[in-house]
Write a protein that binds this ligand. Structure first.
Ligand SMILES: Nc1ncnc2c1ncn2[C@@H]1O[C@H](COP(=O)(O)OP(=O)(O)OP(=O)(O)O)[C@@H](O)[C@H]1O
Ligand SMILES: [Mg+2]
Length: 357
């Protein structure tokens, strides 16, 4: 039998979580994240940037790798009219949940239990809410072996969640917020309060926690890519905290994730900014008559664009919108592609940037 070790409340013992190695890594992670926060401020059209990064985060965090393998396919699917596949809906829901979570934090500065339940509901699209029936266990996907048994009684789950939220919402915590981030993420996943969607909800909470602590203003860290690329390590380390209270390597893992993904996001933002400026100049020079800044920005908000988008963003007739896009294709800014009956205009250089890891 698998011995069930009761999940303890926060916080863990301080000596286990402030080792020298952790403090060293912490300083690198804080610097990288600080740079990201700073650079995000200087981007002129934030909506554009957020869309691209959040979409990528949503893709990496959702279980769509087998179906939608590339950024292009995802954008293509999003730009096509009509019913979306379940996988695409999942990405859209995830993105919606990040945005609504960030808005809650901006408006009220903390997260309530009901906000948390609402987030998971947005992701999963059902009303099951917090687990009230026993039986949920975590198994190894491949071997089917029982890995971890989360608390089973609703009362205990609620008690642990309330302790979790108290720590999540603390203003200026004693411990560095990035160390807390790792602890909170472990705790949330181990409480495993829902029947499904605990991973995705927890990954959104990570970003929201950074916003609560003013480490980011907008939800642009693209943290799930690291977790996704280092998944077996992720499971192994969670499991070692469960079984042996082995916090150090888990915290180091999460700190490293923050460092690496912050650096990546900074690079991405820089490249996008350079391309945006270059595209604006090119359109001003070679398509002078139709040049409008909002038109170019639209191509960055929607790397896969189409006539309808131009019509609604610029308030012009279809004919004019179509002419604009064709002309931008002529000067080499866009490439058109027919998908079914629709023509999609692709900002290919932007797609290249978004694809890079
Ligand atoms: N040993 C463990 N202890 C605590 N949490 C774990 C452990 N193993 C896995 N988890 C967490 O459980 C999550 C999966 O739970 P669930 O299926 O409810 O979430 P999901 O969002 O549907 O899935 P996924 O995270 O795979 O996208 C993992 O992402 C991980 O965070
Ligand atoms: Mg699941």
């Amino acid at each position: 039998m698998h011995p069930i070790k009761k999940l303890e409340k926060l916080p863990p013992k301080r000596e286990e979580i402030e080792t020298l190695e952790i403090l060293r890594q912490l300083s690198k992670s804080s610097t990288a994240l600080g740079e990201l926060k700073g650079i995000a401020k200087i981007i002129p059209n934030q909506a554009m940037l957020i869309n691209a990064v959040v979409l990528q985060e949503a893709k990496d965090s959702s279980e769509i790798e087998n179906i939608i393998t590339t950024q292009d396919e995802l954008y293509k699917a999003l730009s096509i009219s009509g019913n979306q596949s379940l996988q695409i809906k999942e990405v859209i829901n995830y993105r919606k949940a990040i945005f609504s979570g960030a808005e809650i934090i901006h408006n009220q500065g903390f997260l309530r239990l009901r906000d948390l339940v609402e987030l998971q509901k947005t992701i999963i699209e059902n009303n099951a809410g917090i687990r009230s029936m026993a039986g949920t266990v975590l198994k190894n996907d491949k071997t089917g072996e029982l890995v971890y048994t989360p608390p089973q009684e609703k009362e205990e789950i609620l008690d642990l969640l309330s302790n979790f939220l108290d720590h999540f919402n603390i203003k200026e915590p004693d411990l560095s917020p990035l160390i807390n981030l790792a602890i909170l993420h472990y705790q949330f996943e181990s409480i495993h309060p829902f029947y499904d969607g605990n991973g995705r909800t927890g990954r959104i909470l990570n970003i929201l926690y950074l916003i609560i602590n003013n480490l980011l203003d907008i939800p642009i860290l693209y943290l799930s890519s690291y977790i996704n690329e280092n998944k077996s390590e992720y499971y192994k380390l969670l499991n070692r905290v469960n079984k042996e209270d082995e916090w150090e390597n888990w915290i180091l893992y999460m700190l490293k994730a923050v460092e690496i993904t912050s650096n990546r996001t900074v690079e991405k933002i820089n490249s996008i900014k350079i391309l945006l400026d270059k595209t604006i100049i090119k359109a001003q020079e070679k398509a002078t008559k139709i040049y409008r800044k909002e038109l170019i920005e639209l191509l960055f908000e929607h790397p896969y664009s189409k006539i309808e988008f131009v019509v609604s963003k610029l308030g012009v007739e279809r004919k004019a919108a179509s002419r604009y896009l064709k002309q931008l294709e002529e000067i080499g800014v866009l490439k058109s592609q027919k998908i079914g009956r629709e023509t999609i205009y692709i900002n290919t250089e932007l797609i290249e940037i978004l694809k890079r890891n």
